[in-house]
Structures are given as structure tokens and as C-alpha cells.
Design a binder for this molecule. Sequence first.
Ligand SMILES: Nc1nc2c(ncn2[C@@H]2O[C@H](COP(=O)(O)OP(=O)(O)O)[C@@H](O)[C@H]2O)c(=O)[nH]1
Ligand SMILES: [Mg+2]
Length: 220
Amino acid sequence: MSSDDDEGGEEYLFKIVIIGDSAVGKSNLLSRYARNEFNAHSKATIGVEFQTQNMDIDGKDVKAQIWDTAGQERFRAVTSAYYRGAVGALVVYDISRRSTFESVARWLDELKIHSDTTVARMLVGNKCDLESIRAVSVEEGRALAEKEGLFFMETSALDSTNVKTAFEMVIRDIYTNVSRKQLSSNTYKTELSMKNRVSLVKDDSKSSTQGFGFSCCSSS
Ligand SMILES: Nc1nc2c(ncn2[C@@H]2O[C@H](COP(=O)(O)OP(=O)(O)O)[C@@H](O)[C@H]2O)c(=O)[nH]1
Ligand SMILES: [Mg+2]
């Protein structure tokens, strides 16, 4: 892993969380995006907490660390650690189950409570392949997103519609915000990279010194 203080060797790490009611397809959106896999019988997520995807933007190495709940949402018990350090979020509902759309406001509140920076947010109406049993119209989804100031997209983890696009829009938006702020403030860059290093370190106790070993703050 390279440090981000050398010119030309810049590296970004963005934490993105996926939230929304149980069984809306969060885990499948992530597995479709990260591994191009779909699981028709997926149980509540156990094990893997996040997947890292690399993207090249403007010649920069951008890593998105995308977090999936471990099924805690069934008990309304997503912890604050899950949200900590997140700079992006996909708020997912299922277009065939109206109750999951009605929960979106609550998820947005929770995100607001737990996040400390500006978060790039996208409202995602998943399972758009289920047109015949649709319970939330595209217009309703779009209107809510507009009202709350989120991006909006309907997706299908089953047939892959818009999955890559949704994740990449969020990642690009984060990148754009960060690079814009960097132009005006080097301090912000330092803060952000520290924050992200810390969030990485928290999940990987064996490398606990590594994050702080980066001389991310010493450049110029
Ligand atoms: N038809 C359809 N089913 C989906 C889609 N995404 C997920 N599912 C199914 O919905 C169920 C819940 O998916 P899962 O990813 O575990 O949801 P999570 O609880 O939000 O992580 C599973 O049976 C999936 O196969 C989709 O885009 N279309
Ligand atoms: Mg899941």
C-alpha cells in the first residue's frame, strides 16, 4: 500500500455504508457489484463486513470500502460503529414492498445522527425486475430523493440493472467533493485521510500501528 503524500501516488479510501430494511437486497447489491454474484436464497448476512473495490478516477487510485450490515437491521440494531467514518451511503428499499419505502425516512435520520461529515447519499429502489408486483412508483422514489437531496436510481441486483452505475455515482461524488475541498484546504485533506485510516484500523486490530504510521499529515 502506498502512502498518499507523494505526488502522483495519491490514494483515496472512502467508506460507504449500505442501509435499509431487511431483505431489500443490500447484500446482493454488494455481491453483484463486487463479485458479479447473485444469491437467490441469501440468508441474513454473516461473516464478511465489507468489500473493497478499486476505481481509477483522474488517474487516482480510489478505493471504496463498502460495508454491509450483518443483518442487525432486523432488530433495528445497526451500531454507530457501522456508520463511523462513512462518507457515502446507499439507502435501499424494495420497489415491491411499500413498507420498506416508508422506512427510508427513519434510515435517513439514523444516518444523520451517526455521521459526522457530509455524506454522499443515494436512494436506491432495488428489485426493479419485479415490475409486475411493483408497489412504489418511480415517480414516488424520485420525488422523495429530490425532497431529501439524494441521488436516485432504481436497480436490480438480480439482472444487474444500474448496480455498477449506482455505486460509481456515489464514489465519484465523494471524490469530487473531496478534491474540491482539497483545493481550498489542505487541512481538510489531512483530517479526512486521518479519519479514514482510523476507520480502517478499527476493523483490523492486528495492523493497529499501521494506520498511524502513515505520514499522511507530514507532507508540506
Ligand atoms: N427479484 C429480485 N430479488 C432480489 C433482488 N435483490 C435481492 N433479491 C432477493 O431478496 C432477498 C433478500 O436479499 P438480500 O440481499 O439478502 O437482502 P438484505 O437483507 O437487504 O441484505 C433474497 O432472496 C434475494 O435473492 C433483486 O434485485 N431482484
Ligand atoms: Mg444482508
